[in-house]
Design a protein around this ligand. Structure first.
Ligand code: ATP
Ligand code: MG
Length: 314
């Protein structure tokens, strides 16, 4: 996160701090990872910790605005190059702020270059196929950013917490023990590797909200009539399985954070920080592709010169 402000209020990018923040939040493949070590209230770099909430919010918002501009330019390059696509995956417990994060992070990009898909319970048609099928049909085209609001990771999260959902999946008979889930992780890793090799940049975010903050947000939805539409009694029922969800998340994060498709566990108790961090991480990954504006060939340059002459004649 940034460490200093300029007189105009814009924030100076501190690349060292950004790398540090990304290292802190990324689940490193092959290293021991414990979800309880990830603090949902983490506020970033040292110098952010002493700030009051208002100042922190102001800084995070200014930082986000700057990153949103960068993302808009990065997306234009993606589109112009037409080689890579970007798949951004969001997973989280209810009320962690997936929707708001998507709204804020993508607020600057051209809607034509961006697609958002929200996955709910699978349909009968979905269940007539393998567990990755419906997601595969929604992958972003080259040049575009595709966002999955929930994803095939539900297949090792909600389905693991509620194994009865597996009964609807019409799978061949077999044991549903530990190795069943390990095989799903393996299939997901291979699927993502295939996509990465074919030009899909994959970045995955787990928005890590605390149980306490989730309760506060549910109560806020109940207290405020304008937020009633967001409230769902089913979410409160799901909350009773919190510990089992955390176990499923931890296992999944350990098994599926790879070099080609890393997971970031982003603190989600302060929404403004979540937005700023997600945007920054995404921008860093797209920058790392090293895209440039495509060069025009001598033939194209001649055609452009001819077009100019033609336009100027009339
Ligand atoms: P919001 O509540 O903000 O509108 P949401 O993503 O929570 O967004 P809901 O319609 O409330 O959307 O919930 C979708 C539900 O579908 C979640 O409970 C999720 O676990 C469930 N779901 C998603 N994918 C699967 C799946 N593959 N199998 C079973 N359930 C799934
Ligand atoms: Mg919901």
């Amino acid at each position: 996160m940034p460490s200093s402000t300029r007189a105009d209020g814009a924030l100076r990018m501190n690349h060292h701090r950004v790398r540090e923040m990304m290292g802190e939040l990324r689940v490193a493949p092959g290293r021991r990872f414990r979800l309880k070590d990830a603090d949902p209230g983490w506020v970033g770099a040292k110098e952010m910790r002493g700030l009051g909430k208002d100042k922190l919010k102001k800084r995070a918002k200014a930082y986000l605005a700057q990153t949103v501009d960068e993302l808009a330019r990065a997306q234009e390059l993606l589109y112009a190059n037409d080689v890579y696509s970007v798949l951004v995956i969001f997973q989280a417990m209810d009320a962690a702020g997936k929707d708001g994060t998507i709204k804020h992070v993508m607020s600057g990009v051209n809607p034509q270059g961006c697609q958002v898909f929200s996955f709910k319970r699978p349909s009968d048609e979905d269940l007539d196929h393998d567990f990755l099928w419906r997601y595969a049909t929604r992958l972003p085209e080259r040049g575009r950013i595709g966002i999955f609001n929930r994803s095939y990771y539900e297949e090792v999260l909600v389905v693991r917490v509620h194994p009865e959902l597996l009964d609807r999946q019409k799978l061949p008979p077999g044991r549903r023990g530990r190795s069943f889930w390990t095989e799903r992780y393996e299939d997901i890793n291979n699927f993502e590797r295939h996509l990465a090799r074919n030009g899909t940049l994959i970045v995955k975010f787990f928005l890590n909200v605390s149980k306490h903050e989730q309760k506060r947000r549910f109560l806020e939805r109940l207290d405020n009539p304008e937020k009633h539409w967001k409230f769902s009694a089913a979410d409160v029922a799901e909350r009773e399985h919190w510990d089992r969800y955390m176990e499923a998340y931890e296992d999944m994060l350990r098994a599926t954070s790879t070099r080609w498709a890393p997971w970031y566990v982003v603190p989600a108790d302060h929404k403004f920080l979540t937005h700023a961090m997600v945007a920054r991480i995404l921008a860093e990954h797209i920058h790392a592709l090293g895209l440039k504006h495509p060069k025009t060939s001598p033939g194209q340059q001649a055609a452009l010169a001819a077009a100019r002459r033609k336009l100027l004649r009339k």
